[in-house]
Design a protein around this ligand. Structure first.
Ligand code: COA
Length: 434
């Protein structure tokens, strides 16, 4: 590897000059979003009809600003705050898809990628960059796109696992030295703390954990410090896992797949987390068709999948990606892990949610999902449901039992109303109202 590889760096304008109208692009997501390249791309006034595929990005989204209609069209596989409105207004679109299925879209050519826009760690002495904090869908994009245009950032951690991109594969790159965008955990609320306690009570020593996005999985992690020999096999993790590791709760000893390693496909958090994963053999990053492969997940024993959701009906149909028709996030890895945990020996698939939304005005446990709400976890797949009022396991329960169980963990203000609705739908009387 040539020592002074930086001499080959070009300006952002020159780098994106390799793009042409009508191309399909992959955009690296989460903390690895290559913002300077996105800005330069939008500055190329001649470009039009460019389609961008990505999971949630961080930072600015210049490609959906006014004036970009017809020039750039964003398709989220999983979305975040900045793209919710453009999707709602039809200026961008969303694809409902399991995270585990996205790599095959690229490998199979169902989505033909012309360009992968990536943010990479600097090449090592052998000539290899890495995908840093986000390997997830990016590895398949890096392997299948005709051209890679990169931001090589001195501050992008070097990640271990299946994360490598040969420097010679990069057609053009800019060289930066900028901090990654951080996500700081919000202070938890009382309700989240209570839910965290209930979830943590279900986790046994020696369990292998997956935790989804949001305050509730974080609240559960905060309460696992006294546990022993936990393992991590997940699609993403945040600073809370680092704290748990520092507390001595994680050894990965009892994992059957990638034992002694924390396995993930991306990370999202603060500088502390980025430092933790940098050049750390403990943490293996893999593409999400591996981390989220149900047949691998189930091979670990006592898999506890801790995910969150937005709404659940009285039969156990779980909406996690939209509020009515309004797309909020995505399917992500919820089903991959809920099913994987259900199939694991001693596994516990958990969905936890606050009992209400909108400052207590709306129950999230409802007789029927809102029109447009997407079922992410079906009533056939659902097991543990948890609110701040308790935990129920719907698996093996009839419709009547499920209705009763879910009403028992609804907010007390809504229980009578839910009981009436259930009685009307199912024609039976609800028992044990609190
Ligand atoms: N009706 C109306 N509004 C609702 C609502 C409902 N039923 N449910 C939630 N909301 C509102 C909340 O009040 C909140 O609004 P606010 O931001 O103004 O307070 C907002 O929607 C978000 O809800 P919240 O429960 O706080 O979301 P979260 O940040 O905890 O994330 C999910 C929860 C479900 C969106 C997130 O876990 C997710 O995307 N899951 C799907 C993918 C997945 O599980 N992947 C697994 C591995 S990452």
């Amino acid at each position: 590897m040539e020592r002074d590889w930086t001499r080959k760096a070009v300006s952002a304008e020159e780098a994106v000059g390799l793009m042409q109208s009508g191309m399909n692009l992959f955009v690296h997501g989460a903390a690895a979003t290559p913002t300077p390249l996105l800005k330069a791309m939008v500055g190329q006034k001649a470009l039009e009809g460019v389609r961008l595929y990505h999971i949630h990005t961080t930072g600015e989204t210049p490609f959906v600003e006014p004036g970009c209609e017809g020039r750039f069209f964003s398709v989220s596989f999983f979305t975040g705050a900045s793209l919710r409105k453009p999707i709602e207004e039809g200026r961008a679109d969303f694809m409902p898809i399991f995270l585990s299925d996205i790599p095959a879209l690229f490998h199979s050519g169902r989505i033909r990628l012309d360009v992968a826009l990536l943010q990479l760690s600097p090449p090592d002495k052998h000539g290899f960059c890495t995908l840093g904090t986000s390997v997830d869908t990016a590895k398949a994009a890096a392997d299948s796109a005709r051209v890679i245009i990169a931001e090589i950032n001195e501050q992008m951690p070097r990640s271990h696992g299946n994360s490598v991109v040969p420097f010679e594969r990069v057609a053009a790159f800019i060289h930066t030295d900028r901090p990654l965008i951080e996500q700081h955990p919000e202070p938890e609320t009382e309700v989240e703390a209570r839910i965290g306690e209930i979830v943590a009570g279900l986790v046994e020593d020696g369990s292998t954990l997956q935790m989804g996005i949001g305050a509730i999985p974080d609240a559960a992690l905060l309460r696992l410090r006294e546990k022993r020999d936990l393992g991590i096999h997940t699609e993403m993790f945040s600073d809370r896992v680092v704290e748990l590791y520092e507390a001595g709760a994680i050894t990965n000893r009892f994992k059957n797949v990638h034992p002694h390693r924390i396995v993930t496909s991306f990370v999202s958090g603060t500088k502390k987390l980025f430092r933790f994963v940098d050049d750390n053999s403990l943490v293996e990053f893999h593409p999400c068709d591996r981390t989220n492969n149900t047949s691998l997940i189930r091979r670990n024993d006592k898999v506890v999948a801790i995910n969150s959701c937005l709404q659940v009906d009285l039969t156990g149909q779980v909406c996690a990606d939209s509020i009515g028709h309004r797309i909020y996030s995505g399917i992500g890895g919820q089903m991959d892990f809920i099913r994987g945990a259900a199939l694991s020996r001693g596994g516990k698939p958990i969905l936890a949610l606050r009992s209400t939304a909108a400052g207590g005005k709306i129950s999230r446990i409802v007789p029927e999902l809102s029109p447009g709400a997407g079922v992410v976890t079906t009533r056939g797949h659902v097991h543990w449901m948890i609110t701040e009022y308790g935990a129920v396991n719907l698996h093996g329960m009839t419709l009547r039992e499920r209705g009763n169980a879910l009403i028992s963990i609804a907010h007390p203000d809504f229980r009578a109303e839910l009981a009436r609705a259930l009685g009307a739908i199912r024609r039976f009387t609800v028992t044990g109202l609190g």
